[in-house]
Design a protein around this ligand. Structure first.
Ligand code: ADP
Ligand code: MG
Length: 592
């Protein structure tokens, strides 16, 4: 990692600066204050304070969905007695002094507002023992202070190990509007579990414990290993299904993390967690970049399990743009977006399907099933007939499709082929052909756009008439020049009728005639993705069907063409093309 050390954020040792009130001029320039919308916002602020204090162990207790009680205990540097009474005052912080300090911020908090906001809408007790007052061999005192409705109530002395415990009870007792907005305890608990899981994966070396109404909901060991943390959170042996990400340009960004392979794709974005300089963010721009990376490589509506820590130089990120600090402004956003797209694409495009097939040999990879048992709540894993007995992916399972030798066509749908290393592949003929045509159309289409290259079209024997809905007809009309760029000649035939004269040239061109209505509807889709959807539709409808017999020559040609595409493992809809039975798998299963 030494090449990254130039810009890698060297977080300073956790040393606490004295607490002070921000000068009005600084306070004014800090984006609007902390917003406590619901119980989970309190948990977030308290976890961030514990992390800022260098905690290695964070225990969170929640009762009644957070309305009755939220208690966060840490083993961080604590708060000295002299300062304990002022932590709940507005704009009082130990993390920022001048506005310029924001440029090299190493803490998650900086506004000195969270505790102040919480103390005005709840009863808050803070008990703390500061690290710096510790003397060996001496029983050290610890102090506590309580507030209600922003007013200091009581204070006292009580022994405890170093660190801080913040207890929040009666949340929103004086804010009926927020109280009515707060949902059932179960809903609030759900948000809290998700949040704690996110911080647990963002900080694998910190031990997290969450109890909801005295039942353990999250527990991690603080092992420092993200794969271990993920396994602890989801109670599955995930290590084999995770791919490590470690990419940097050595200057503006360093992306580190793990991405689940395709078997772990989920129907929700909830398993995508993004951190920027240790801060969990929900940046729409970066989320879009991630989606752009995986959209065509996973089935529609599926999202990967992804934990990504983005490190950027502190001078290239502005954290002062969002009240809840969940959005940041990145100076090099375009570069980072591009890197995210490439990382996600790269992970899914080639390698993942093969090791996954090694791990999950079986006839089907696509069925999704909810795992039984309460501890596996929420995470879906695609299952094969073999279950989860994963074979370790061998190094060098690199795809050697060019060297594949077809042995037979099975069920007029699948080609059985042997690789030079003695392993076997099953190749779905329709999906393989679909991928080949899709990439061909893609490259001609972008080539045409760039250089006005010659387009190969296939004139239909009989022009086909299609009928559109009124709003579709207008969109289609506008897109006729773009369709021409693909080799599709369409002209308006009066009213809402159109005449299609030609389609892109490929072996399956004539097949397309029967699907022109459907394809025209895709071409008239009111979506930014209509071009890609159309290419996928064209590829799908002109590809070899299952049920078509292929001679040895045709099988060889198909495999040869497949070896030339960028993403030979996955069809444009995101489904697998190849299953791989490694030689060691055969040896193992046959007990040779
Ligand atoms: P901020 O985090 O923006 O400074 P907060 O209102 O969250 O504002 O906290 C105010 C101050 O209280 C912090 O700057 C810090 O000095 C102190 N503090 C809060 N929580 C803790 C904690 N768990 N451990 C040590 N100090 C804390
Ligand atoms: Mg804070």
């Amino acid at each position: 990692m030494s090449q990254f050390s130039d810009f890698l954020i060297q977080r300073p040792a956790f040393v606490r600066a004295p607490l002070h009130e921000l000068p009005p001029a600084v306070a004014e320039r800090i984006a609007a204050g902390e917003v406590i919308e619901r119980p989970v916002s309190v948990v977030k602020e308290l976890i961030e304070n514990a992390l800022d204090a260098g905690a290695q162990d964070i225990r969170i207790e929640v009762r009644g969905g957070g309305l009755r009680l939220i208690r966060v205990s840490d083993d961080g540097y604590g708060i000295p007695e002299a300062e304990l009474a002022t932590v709940c005052e507005r704009h009082t912080t130990s993390k920022l002094t001048t506005f310029e300090d924001l440029e090299h911020l190493h803490t998650l908090g900086f506004r000195g507002e969270a505790l102040a906001s919480i103390a005005t809408i709840a009863e808050v007790t803070i008990q703390s023992r500061a690290w710096e007052t510790e003397q060996p061999g001496e029983e050290q005192p610890a102090y506590w202070v309580s507030w209600r409705g922003g007013q200091l109530q009581e204070r006292g002395r009580r022994a405890r190990p170093h660190g801080t415990t913040v207890t929040v009870t009666d949340l929103f007792y004086n804010v009926p509007a927020r109280l009515s907005y707060t949902r059932a305890a179960r809903t609030e608990n759900g948000h809290i579990v998700q949040l704690v899981r996110r911080y647990a994966v963002g900080y694998p070396s910190v031990r997290f414990y969450l109890a909801l109404d005295e039942h353990t909901a999250v527990q991690t060991s603080g092992s420092g290993n993200l794969a271990t943390t993920l396994t602890e959170l989801y109670h599955l042996s995930l290590a084999e299904m995770l791919q490590e990400i470690d990419v940097s340009d050595g200057k503006h960004y360093w992306l580190r993390g793990y991405m689940g392979n395709r078997v772990l794709a989920q129907s929700s974005r909830q398993y995508i967690t993004l951190f920027i300089n240790g801060r969990w963010v929900q940046s729409r721009a970066l989320q879009e970049a991630l989606e752009q990376g995986y959209r065509s490589l996973l089935p529609k509506g599926k999202h990967p399990l992804l934990v990504l820590a983005v490190e950027v130089p502190p001078t290239e990120v502005d954290v002062n743009v969002h009240p809840a600090k969940t959005e940041v402004h990145l100076l090099q956003e375009a570069k980072i977006k591009e890197a995210l797209i490439q990382v996600v694409k790269g992970q899914l495009e080639r390698s993942p399907v093969i090791p996954e097939a090694v791990q999950f040999p079986g006839p089907v990879l696509a069925t999704q099933r909810r795992l039984p048992g309460p501890r596996r709540r929420g995470l879906h894993v695609a299952e094969s007939a073999e279950g989860y007995r994963a074979e370790a992916a061998e190094p060098g399972t690199a795809i050697a499709i060019a060297s594949l030798h077809p042995l037979a066509q099975l069920q007029q749908a699948v080609i059985l082929a042997e690789a030079t290393d003695g392993s076997l592949y099953l190749i779905d003929q329709h999906r393989a052909h679909e991928r080949i045509i899709y990439e061909h159309l893609r490259s001609t289409y972008s080539g045409v756009k760039a250089e006005e290259e010659e387009i190969h079209t296939h004139l239909l024997l009989e022009p086909v008439i299609i009928e559109m809905k009124r709003y579709e007809a207008e969109l289609l009309e506008q897109r006729l020049p773009m369709l021409r760029g693909l080799g599709i000649e369409v002209e308006r035939f009066g009213g809402r009728s159109f005449l299609v004269r030609s389609v892109p040239a490929s072996e399956g061109s004539e097949q397309l005639a029967a699907h022109l209505q459907e394809l025209a509807e895709i071409a008239a889709e009111d979506s930014v993705d209509w071009e890609d959807h159309l290419l996928i539709g064209l590829a799908c409808r002109s590809a070899l069907k299952r049920g078509r017999e292929l001679g040895p020559g045709e099988q060889r040609t198909l495999l040869k063409n497949l070896s030339n595409v960028a993403a030979p493992a996955v069809c444009p809809h995101g489904s697998p093309i190849l299953l791989h039975y490694s030689r060691s798998f055969l040896i193992n299963k046959f007990d040779w």
